[in-house]
Design a protein. Structure first.
Length: 337
């Protein structure tokens, strides 16, 4: 058991709930469910750790005493501190509906705890794979509950300001290329004017391309790893002796958030169909092993014309607990408009 392994805590928690003399198989099943039962909190913790501006994130023990305190206080999920903030409280939610809703009683209990410890209270919301982080004051009362739409939450998103999240775009034409030499024809079929061939091939050349499909040498390793975060399109060209394969970013591709890139990087190293274990990810010294520094990789990729643009989002309402930078930052682009 490693120093960062919390299996002992999980087992102790299960035993206290089930009873110390309970069936071992039931205990093991309960521990497994508990280990996998809070993926949203673990995922958000991993994202903030990886983006590079978090100083501390840890879960808050939500077993309260006396039991009557539950009528007054609701302990949030996480305590966090970022480079440009003091300690903050974060309640984590994963909901696919367009509106996130809190009952007045639940919200009052969260606020009461935040006021008790004198810390700002934030909501982290995962919506179809996209994370936003916003102050609780942006919830507004509907008929009964306090709600916020995903669009409004995105406008007030603090994930970039606090954790260092950005949006970026791989330059059109940038990607990977393989030049394959035809060794021997294995099979050839022709049907309704379409010819299908199978060849034994040998890869003669492997390389990378930057903006516009220009061949590039000596790209930084972390820059080339960024290609694994993108859905590249396949292109082929054939000659009598070779097949050229290219996997490139398109002109009409959208943007990618940094926190979504982490999911791509982790999936890249997993067997097909295996899910990410976020709890295990946050136990490791580095959340991912195939990229050393994401922010530095993006900056270098912009210089090397692999990334076309990097966007740093600012919220509509600047939070009181974060010093406001001078001026209005604008998107940095590798090309002139």
């Amino acid at each position: 058991m490693t120093e960062t392994d919390d299996s002992d805590r999980l087992i102790q928690e299960v035993l206290s709930e089930l009873g110390w003399d309970d069936d071992p198989k039931k205990v093991a099943d309960k521990v497994k469910r508990l280990d996998q039962g809070l993926p949203a909190e673990d995922e958000f913790t991993a994202i903030c750790s990886w983006l590079g501006k978090a100083r501390l994130l840890h879960k808050l023990d939500q077993h309260q005493a006396p039991s009557s305190s539950r009528d007054l206080y609701q302990v949030p999920d996480l305590l966090a501190e970022f480079e440009h903030s003091g300690p903050v409280l974060i309640e984590v939610k994963s909901k696919t509906k367009q509106t996130l809703s809190f009952t007045p009683r639940y919200l009052d209990r969260l606020r009461a705890y935040a006021q008790l410890v004198k810390m700002p209270l934030l909501i982290a919301w995962k919506h179809h794979g996209i994370w936003v982080l916003f102050e609780i004051q942006h919830l507004t009362k509907a008929q009964t509950n306090f709600n916020i739409t995903f669009g409004d939450a995105m406008k007030e998103n603090l994930l970039g300001v606090l954790a260092g999240d950005v949006a970026y775009k791989i330059a059109s034409g940038a990607g990977l290329r393989f030049r394959c030499k035809k060794e021997a024809l294995v099979d050839r079929e022709e049907s309704e004017g379409t010819v299908t061939e199978q060849w034994k091939m040998r890869i003669d050349e492997v390389g990378f391309m930057i903006s516009g499909g220009e061949t590039a040498d000596n790209l930084d390793p972390d820059v080339t790893t960024l290609f694994t975060t993108w859905d590249l399109s396949e292109q082929q060209s054939h000659s009598d002796t070779h097949i050229d394969l290219r996997f490139v970013a398109g002109t009409d591709d959208g943007m990618m958030f940094g926190h979504m890139a982490l999911t791509h990087l982790l999936h890249w190293t997993l067997p097909q169909g295996e899910a990410i274990n976020w709890r295990h990810a946050i136990r490791r010294d580095a959340v991912v092993s195939n990229m050393t520094n994401f922010r530095r990789a993006l900056e270098r990729a912009l210089e090397q014309k692999v990334v076309h643009i990097i966007l740093h989002q600012q919220p509509h309402t600047w939070p009181d607990f974060v010093p406001k930078p001078g001026g209005n930052p604008t998107p940095r682009s590798a090309t002139k408009s």
